[in-house]
Design a protein around this ligand. Structure first.
Ligand code: FES
Length: 215
């Protein structure tokens, strides 16, 4: 017979909640209607990707903020989602994401349905890269596929398309290169229309910004 594991009690922003052992703070919070900014979190994924760095929270008794998508809950934990240290890191992470995202909202298919716009609105951030120099690689969009387009200038490297393609579909998308040169691409860098993409469009559906969109 399966052993029943005791639920864990914790508080987030003063709200007392329970969570399953092993659950991470972000999943526990979202499941109870407590929103923590996030762009790379995939509830079904076994391991957090931890790429967007937007989900910073403060945990009572810990000196440094932690990312809510990676930190498991523990009994009696007291979490603050809007402490000053977490806020500072989150805002810097947001500005860094914007520094490589081509801001062209008016012409973007995801305008008004964009993860970056939502975070800017809810956190009262400006949609500007702030202190960081804008990295605008001006890469060509790949429109070789009959069903969808990939615009790398809008990609924020959240990894969601890579995960869904690898875990649920043809497995042709991956990251290539490193550091500032890092990109999402097909395995050998061939155009999507010449790859083994099966056109499932799961990557389009999961993209939180306007990097992947239907034709
Ligand atoms: S959701 Fe935690 S780092 Fe992206």
């Amino acid at each position: 017979m399966k052993e029943l594991k005791k639920k864990i009690s914790l508080s987030i922003d003063g709200k007392k909640i329970t969570a399953r052992p092993g659950m991470r703070i972000l999943s526990a919070a979202l499941s109870r209607g407590i929103w923590i900014p996030n762009l790379c979190f995939i509830p079904e994924a076994d391991l957090p990707f931890g790429g967007c760095r937007l989900c910073w929270v403060e945990v009572e008794g810990e000196r440094e903020p932690v990312t809510a998508c990676s930190r498991p809950v523990r009994e009696g934990m007291v979490v603050r989602t809007r402490g000053p240290l977490a806020e500072r890191l989150r805002k810097s992470a947001f500005e860094l994401l914007l520094s490589r995202h081509h801001l062209d909202c008016r012409n973007c298919r995801k305008n008004k349905n964009c993860g970056l716009q939502e975070i800017a609105r809810r956190c009262r951030y400006q949609l500007k890269p702030g202190r960081f120099t804008r990295e605008n690689p001006g890469l060509p969009a790949d429109d070789s596929h009959p069903d969808f387009v990939f615009n790398p200038n809008h990609c924020i490297l959240c990894g969601k398309c890579v995960w869904v393609c690898q875990a649920k579909s043809a497995g042709i998308l991956d990251f290539s290169r490193r550091g500032l040169e890092c990109r999402v691409s097909t395995f050998a860098g061939e155009p999507l229309g010449e790859s083994k993409c099966n056109g499932c469009l799961k990557c389009v559906d999961i993209c939180p910004v306007g990097a992947l969109f239907r034709k």
